[in-house]
Design a protein around this ligand. Structure first.
Ligand code: COA
Length: 164
């Protein structure tokens, strides 16, 4: 399996994969593919990686800049992330996260945040100390991995593409 940056030829497959992967998820509003499209248009798709095997796209992850208390200080957000349903739980998501985090580090990022199920992200090094908030969500779902101290504290906001 190859992890590589997206190219224009991948865009349609990324949209389809994202729609299919999120469709059964109760927390999904069905907007994830549209969010990726908007991130790309606004120039906020800082990193977009695909997992490919035999020319088939099996997974995708996006990273974009975030703010904490209204300030962007080198922090990014992971997501949306998706793996094709029949290939989930085989390490593809983990490989996409690891590569993306490595690239963010190389870019000099302060770290990466996300909102999601800790069971999925703790193995990649994400955790919550309760100091980062996202709307009124349980702070255990608001996680981060710190490359450069201090750890972020305050209100997390994703790029405008995430807003309805
Ligand atoms: C979330 C998703 C991208 C994970 O990709 P994946 O290839 O299935 O994940 P991996 O096999 O690499 O596993 C990564 C970790 O997540 C855990 N995990 C995967 N799916 C899980 C699930 N449904 N429930 C709980 N834990 C899960 C694995 O146990 C693993 O933990 P570890 O790193 O501690 O060993 C994939 O399941 C998916 O596309 N889901 C639908 C879209 C979605 O919900 N995206 C995330 C929104 S927050």
């Amino acid at each position: 399996m190859l992890i590589r940056y997206e190219t224009p030829a991948d865009i349609e497959a990324i949209q389809n994969l994202t729609s299919i992967a999120f469709a059964p998820m109760p927390y999904s509003e069905g907007t994830e593919a549209e969010i990726i499209r908007r991130l790309r248009l606004s120039g906020d798709l800082a990193i977009s990686l695909i997992a490919e095997e035999d020319g088939e796209i099996l997974g995708h992850v996006a990273f974009s800049p975030v703010t904490v208390n209204g300030v962007h200080d080198g922090w990014f957000g992971l997501g949306p992330i998706s793996v094709t349903p029949e290939r989930q739980r085989q390490g593809i998501g983990r490989a996409l996260m690891a590569k993306g985090l490595e690239l963010l580090k190389e870019m000099g990022a302060s770290g990466c945040t996300l909102v999601g199920n800790p069971d999925v992200y703790s193995g990649a090094g994400f955790s919550s100390d309760g100091q980062l908030t996202y709307h009124d969500l349980d702070t255990r779902l608001v996680q981060r991995i710190v490359f450069r101290e201090p750890a972020p504290s305050g209100v997390l906001r994703f790029a405008p593409a995430f807003e309805n």
